[in-house]
Ligand binder design. Structure first.
Ligand code: GTP
Ligand code: MG
Length: 190
């Protein structure tokens, strides 16, 4: 299914964020976890957000107007250790600035690689979201790479830090698209 979506702008710093308007859904996660791929799948538009096998590809905050109802926000990936400290520090600041001040932010979707579960930087972000009272949901990506046994193990380890629903997602098969849309529409009803 294709949902109308259009690229609005790419903001390298908070000064370029568009004026707050539509309720925003932000996609957060480590570099290479599959944020851009998930965004493309959700809208059914393979080329909307730039997905790449080079970690750290998305380096600015990218805004997309979706269905005339939402703003989807593709944030830079964190935890990309190969980036120079000054650069990765800058991205972390940009993410934090967005999360801290964005008044139109309605829902954060925190993506975890199902094969890896929580990494240190994910736990920091989780703690930060809790502390600041941001509404969030958790999606485990790349589930197509797991067999049933690995999925159970992954489920158990994700559960160790999070008691809510986990959306099991695959950009390859489209598994989880319906559930993610349900999460979004349930959180942002109008
Ligand atoms: N098998 C499989 N591969 C995936 C999935 N999601 C993403 N990938 C691959 O993982 C790589 C990274 O995906 P991106 O969507 O660019 O990741 P990102 O989180 O946007 O990365 P940054 O922009 O660098 O933070 C690409 O090669 C994707 O094709 C998935 O669900 N299954
Ligand atoms: Mg990306």
């Amino acid at each position: 299914m294709v949902t109308p979506a259009e690229f609005v702008l790419s903001a390298p710093s908070p000064a370029q964020f568009p004026p707050p308007g539509l309720p925003e859904v932000a996609f957060l996660g480590r570099s290479n976890v599959g944020k851009s791929t998930l965004l493309n799948r959700l809208t059914g538009q393979a080329k909307l957000a730039f997905a790449s096998s080079t970690p750290g590809r998305t380096q600015a905050v990218n805004f997309f107007r979706v269905d005339g109802r939402y703003m989807f926000v593709d944030l830079p990936g964190y935890g990309f250790s190969r980036a120079p400290k000054s650069v990765s520090g800058g991205w972390a600041q940009l993410i934090e600035d967005y999360l801290r001040q964005r008044e139109s932010l309605a829902l954060c979707i925190l993506l975890l690689d199902a094969r890896r579960g929580w990494m240190e930087s994910d736990l920091q972000l989780l703690e930060w979201l809790e502390h600041h009272g941001r509404t969030y949901a958790v999606a485990a990506t790349k589930v197509d790479k797991l067999n049933q046994k690995e999925k159970s193990a992954s489920q158990k380890s994700i559960r160790a830090h999070y008691g809510g629903d986990i959306v099991w997602f695959s950009g390859l098969t489209g598994q989880g698209v319906k559930e993610l849309w349900q999460t979004i529409t349930k959180t942002i009803s109008r």
